[in-house]
Design a protein. Structure first.
Length: 206
């Protein structure tokens, strides 16, 4: 994927997973990926294509659709499906097989400047992921030149709040329920320790 382009204009297509469906196991099973990517992510894209067909949004990129529909009550369905299409593509790239571990040095220094230690950054990400009530997303973002942790509810995105997303963790139950049932903390900590893709964060720092 190019640096900041998640996806082109419609018809929107489901981008290929950046790894095999069993490549994140045992942290995230192929069964979870099958539903999460194959049903949920695909569903958002299929719905979006139906919703924008023949409208002023038909030829716009996902990012444009998101920014033009954010906060507009009569465009909620389009926003939700566009934002979820974007969020999921960003989420798959926020993970990688044999991820976790130490970030590249330049990112590690930024993390230490903002959070003190890598461990403190991971703890804040995990605590934020846990404190999101119901469905949503936990993010590592760049906000005014500083790294921060943020959360968004349902389909909401940091893009519309002036923050630049670097990494995300999906905390909708569909992301972990088959593997962890209600144990969201176990899922989040396993993702941070074993799958998080620090290289993707560096790419997004740009
Ligand atoms: Fe999801």
């Amino acid at each position: 994927m190019s640096k900041d382009k998640i996806e082109s204009a419609s018809p929107h297509v489901l981008p290929p997973l950046p790894y095999a469906d069993n490549a994140l196991a045992p942290v995230i099973s192929a069964k979870t990926i099958g539903f999460h990517y194959g049903k949920h992510h695909k569903g958002y894209i299929d719905n979006l294509n139906k919703l924008v067909a023949g409208t002023e949004f038909a030829d716009l990129s996902l990012e444009k659709i998101i920014t033009k529909t954010a906060g507009k009550a009569d465009k909620t369905a389009i926003f939700n499906n566009a934002a979820q299409a974007w969020n999921h593509t960003f989420y798959w790239r926020s993970l990688k097989p044999k991820g976790g571990g130490e970030p590249p040095i330049a990112l590690k220094q930024k993390i230490e400047a903002s959070f003190g230690t890598l461990d403190a950054c991971k703890k804040e990400l995990a605590a934020t992921a846990m404190s999101q009530f119901g469905s949503g997303w936990a993010w590592l973002v760049l906000d005014g030149g500083k790294l921060k942790v943020a959360k968004t509810g349902n389909a909401d995105v940091p893009l519309t709040k002036g923050m630049k997303p670097l990494l995300t963790i999906d905390v909708w139950e569909h992301a972990y329920y088959l593997d962890y049932q209600n144990r969201r903390a176990d899922y989040v900590n396993a993702v941070l320790d074993k799958l998080i893709n620090w290289d993707f964060a560096v790419e997004n720092l740009g």
